[in-house]
Design a protein. Sequence first.
Length: 311
Amino acid sequence: MFIFDAHIDTLSRLLTRGEKLEDAQGHVKLEDLQAGARAQFFAAFVDPQYYHGLALHRTMEMIDLFWETLAAYPEALAFAGSAEEIIQATAQGRTACLLAIEGGEALEGKLSMLRLFYRLGVRLLTLTWNFRNDLAAGQWEGPQGGGLSRFGREVVEEMNSLGMLVDVSHLNEPGFWDVLEVSTDPVLASHSNAHALCPHPRNLTDQQIRALADRGGAIGVNFCAAFLEPSAQATSEHVVEQIAYLLQVGGEDCPALGSDFDGISQVPEGLETYNQIPKLIGLLEKRGFGAAVIEKVMGGNLLRLCREVLG
Ligand SMILES: [Zn+2]
């Protein structure tokens, strides 16, 4: 079965620790990426220590690492910038690798940087991390952090015209609603869960889930234990619960995967590493879901969104 995950922080891990993918000691290993038909968004995460002067520089380093990694394993990994290229890569038995940026700080206030990032292969931007930036405010700022700035609106519009996925994970609520109003394309929450099952500020309310799904968007279920269960004592069943809930509230075109592997410290029991992701197929079958729905959740919904937005 085709598996497509919307968010991992492996680039961050590799760059910070100086590891190579073939000897990475984190959640994601080279051989796991190669197991079966796969597509994967790699996030270039802008760590707050690089804000105010080095955000662009750090992002460029991470984009270089992405391309160097693809060049190092040409038989295993292939760049994909469109749904067509995802299908091509998997038909060749290679993992389709898509590039994302997590944190609009990377733009350093310029739409020109967004356009250059697109040329460098970036197809998704998570507008904020947890704080306010010159696009919008992250959820740690609360509603008083405000919604999209004028620049943030311009970024969303430019992303729509370039064919990039707008990612609303990490945004505060006013920002979320502004994005839904401004974006002419469906949007993605690449790694977020349902607030009703786990009342963490990073998670989405039913109202948000419905509105995003009504506009054709998708939500990648995050495996971070604290976003699955307030005590952080989570298991793979909590992930299944999230998927079942998103199916119920958002419909069968809404749930996807956004594991956040290599970006989280507490993982669910039974889904500790990237190579465990296929276990979800059996768990969803046991829960009574049919093959067509499971295929959508495991990758079909994200692929459909890429087809609509990336062109
Ligand atoms: Zn994140």
